[in-house]
Design a protein around this ligand. Structure first.
Ligand code: DOR
Ligand code: ZN
Length: 338
């Protein structure tokens, strides 16, 4: 059937980087323009968001810039985090605790290597219903033959172990990129789910090697991995939902001999997804992926405001205030109409 218009609720983008200072001022007003009405905000700022107080201050700043969007906040898992702080966070409706492995991505220098030291915190989170958001990679290690191509697969043992120890703890394996991750999340209990980004449904290694604007962490992998991500989206499995991992960096930080990892999709999020879902012949799965599965896993209410996507082509801008968006200057087949 030929579809040329889709109306759906504003999306839940359950993994987004909104930054601070100038980047924040550019990015935050664009969230609802891209079709999202509620976002889970990552805490990897400088300094990291480690306390409830910092998270609430950050939330205020985001609201002041764009009050049309709801901001769900997270804290950065770190050795200073206490059970009392977890309790404070739960009372203040902080939604999740984000774990970054040491050194694998932007601002993760003091990230995690050993998960067991956090078991007391995980037990408290399980009790209070806080979500554990996992960046699922292990640090590269030449002796163990670990590099960015198998870092996610090697992480899955940690996911499994945490889940076995805390079966009621809700865990989201963020921005999955491999067939192995899809299979592991399918295999584990209903408290384990995963986010998938729009760009990992499009890209493979060939698209980022030598092309800094397509470089992000975890890196896009093999065609067979991308095929597994596409297949699970098409299957409509509710354990897999939208988290864009939109991660803006200035052009100067991307067009650089040591490029920052991150792909910026916020301003055109739903048009990117409509394009991809149409190519995959599964536009009928778009709404649940963007608006239902994630919200149900997180236990959130439905968003009432809707947007309409129409099959009208548009050119992706070359940049937004020195931030180059995904597929800059390319054509998109869908746009959001007012
Ligand atoms: O590509 C990425 N960019 N992956 C992450 O995990 C972090 C993000 C960022 O903050 O730039
Ligand atoms: Zn991220």
């Amino acid at each position: 059937m030929f579809v040329e218009q889709i109306t759906l609720p504003l999306a839940d983008d359950l993994h987004v980087h909104l930054r601070q200072d100038h980047l924040m001022q550019t990015v935050v007003p664009l969230i609802d323009k891209g079709g999202a009405g509620r976002v889970l905000v990552m805490p990897n700022l400088k300094p990291h968001i480690k306390t409830t107080k910092q998270a609430l201050n950050y939330q205020q700043a985001l609201k002041a810039l764009n009050p049309r969007v709801e901001y769900l906040m997270t804290l950065y898992l770190n050795p200073e985090l206490t059970i009392e702080e977890i309790q404070k966070a739960a009372t203040a409706k902080i939604i999740g605790i984000k774990s970054y492995p040491r050194g694998v991505t932007t601002n993760s220098e003091d990230g995690i290597e050993n998960y067991e030291i956090y078991y007391a915190l995980f037990a408290e989170m399980e009790k209070l219903g806080l979500i554990l958001n996992l960046h699922g990679e292990v640090p590269s290690n030449a002796e163990k033959n670990i590099c960015i191509l198998n870092a996610e697969e090697n992480f899955l043992q940690h996911l499994e172990k945490i889940h076995k120890n805390f079966p009621k703890l809700k865990i989201v394996l963020e921005h999955i990129t491999t067939k192995a991750a899809v299979e592991k999340v399918e295999e584990l209990g209903l408290t384990v789910s995963a986010t998938i980004t729009p760009h990992h449904l499009d890209l493979t290694v060939d698209d980022w090697a030598g092309q800094n604007h397509n470089y992000c962490k975890p890196v896009a992998k093999y065609p067979s991995d991308r095929a597994a991500l596409r297949a699970v989206i098409k299957s409509g499995n509710p354990k897999f939902f939208l988290g864009s991992d939109s991660a803006p960096h200035l052009r100067s930080a991307k067009e650089n001999s040591c490029a920052c990892a991150g792909i910026f999709t916020t301003p055109l999020l739903l048009p990117y997804l409509a394009d991809t879902f149409e190519k995959l012949n599964c536009l009928n799965k778009l709404k649940d992926f963007c608006c239902t599965f994630g919200r149900e896993f997180y236990g959130l209410s439905a968003l009432e405001q809707t947007i309409t996507l129409k099959k009208i082509s548009q050119k992706i801008p070359a940049e937004y205030n020195h931030i180059v968006p995904y597929r800059a200057e390319d054509e998109l087949q869908w746009r959001i109409i007012d």
